[in-house]
Design a protein. Structure first.
Length: 141
């Protein structure tokens, strides 16, 4: 594959990823979570009491931006801040029961939206996309 084709492929990957996030965001109603908020909830749940800096690094945003994002989740009762037992200056994050429920509902909605989009592809294209994304996922693991 020519270098220009590789560059175009990289650009398309980022472009499609951005468009998916934008499309999901456009479809959100005011009471729903943004993709970033849901992804934050999911990350916090999976990591089990991460630090704010961990959330920022995972999302690829600055710590102040992560704090603003998490503040909204804390105010809504979806995330709690707690003191680290080993370092009282460090703040650990946990997902509340309300956060768990919101995460489940939010991801179900996103999955259904994505299903509708992917159903528009014919079967051969879906199989090809699945194979390619599987290969990329395997490479990055």
């Amino acid at each position: 594959m020519a270098e220009a084709d590789v560059d175009k492929l990289i650009s398309l990957i980022f472009s499609v990823s951005r468009r998916i996030r934008e499309r999901l965001k456009d479809m959100d109603e005011p009471h729903r979570f943004s993709v970033e908020q849901l992804e934050s909830l999911r990350y916090i749940r999976e990591q089990g009491r991460p630090l704010m800096k961990d959330v920022a690094a995972y999302l690829g945003i600055t710590p102040p931006s992560a704090t603003a994002l998490i503040d909204i989740l804390v105010e809504g009762g979806y995330v709690e801040r707690g003191v680290d037992e080993d370092d009282r200056r460090a703040v650990r994050l946990t997902v509340t029961l309300a956060g768990e429920e919101a995460l489940e509902v939010g991801f179900k909605e996103i999955m259904e939206r994505m299903r509708r989009v992917l159903r528009d592809l014919d079967e051969a294209d879906r199989e090809s996309l699945l194979a390619m994304l599987t290969k990329l996922s395997d490479i990055y693991q």
